[in-house]
Design a protein around this ligand. Structure first.
Ligand SMILES: Cc1cc2nc3c(=O)[nH]c(=O)nc-3n(C[C@H](O)[C@H](O)[C@H](O)COP(=O)(O)OP(=O)(O)OC[C@H]3O[C@@H](n4cnc5c(N)ncnc54)[C@H](O)[C@@H]3O)c2cc1C
Length: 205
């Protein structure tokens, strides 16, 4: 998408449905991450290309999260996993740059942080997951120093750094069903194999 078009999409998103107003869209998608953008793209192309689709998402940034594994492995720049949200909004979809704070399914409407009311015929909810770092005492404070994780892009490069010190890191797996359980094993095994082959790390288990 050209930078001019990205700027227009961003400006339009901020103008959409001013505070206190009520607007209606055929399909409202809550969350403009991978899922929301994919659904919006499918609904505005081909047979459905007349569908009136709105995406509600407050974020200026869209991240390609699977590449964070490669960031952890030291083979991808973290900056390259980010796109302007405006650049990934399908051209025929409307972006409302705001956060949903209330669902009112009986009235087919949602309310937003900035006081907008958005009505819909169909609702798609894909607001991702919220990671509660505070659930483990001390975790948040030690993030990016003693604790490294692939679930936060700023902390992912630490994986390669820790491994390069020569000590195999201790790696923990989330319960099955949580956001791609095998990914941290991937990014630990991969660079460790590279380092082991170069003789930096003696033991890969
Ligand atoms: C390190 C890593 C590696 C991965 N590897 C793979 C892989 O190899 N293969 C694979 O299939 N998947 C992989 N995944 C998983 C995949 O990236 C995620 O499943 C996918 O990004 C989830 O998309 P989503 O749209 O549900 O959520 P997200 O992409 O997280 O988007 C959620 C969106 O909702 C918005 N939002 C949140 N709250 C609100 C609100 N109240 N109102 C409006 N908007 C809101 C957010 O701003 C965000 O833009 C990986 C994930 C990670 C972290």
């Amino acid at each position: 998408m050209s930078s001019e078009l990205i700027e227009t999409t961003r400006e339009k998103a901020q103008l959409q449905a001013r505070n206190g107003s009520v607007v209606h869209h055929q399909v409202v998608i809550v969350g403009g991450g991978t899922a929301g953008i994919t659904v919006a793209a499918r609904l505005t192309k081909g047979w459905f290309n007349e569908t009136d689709v709105a995406i509600i998402d407050p974020s200026d940034s869209h991240y390609y999260q699977p590449a964070w594994t490669l960031v952890g492995a030291g083979t991808f720049r973290k900056e390259a996993t980010r796109r302007d949200e405006a650049s990934v909004i399908p051209p025929k979809a409307t972006w409302i740059q705001d956060a949903v704070v209330e669902f009112e399914p009986k009235q087919n409407r949602v309310k937003t942080r900035d006081g907008r009311t958005i009505e819909y015929d169909f609702l798609v909810v894909c607001a991702g997951i919220q990671i509660n770092w505070d659930a483990i005492k001390g975790l948040k404070e030690r993030m990016e120093s003693a604790v490294i994780t692939l679930l936060k892009v700023s902390a992912a490069p630490g994986i390669t750094f820790e491994i390069s010190k020569g000590e195999p890191p201790s790696s923990h797996s989330p319960s099955p069903g949580l956001n791609v359980g095998g990914r941290r094993r991937r990014s630990v095994i991969w660079p460790m194999t590279i380092f082991a082959n170069r003789g930096y790390v003696k033991k890969v288990t």
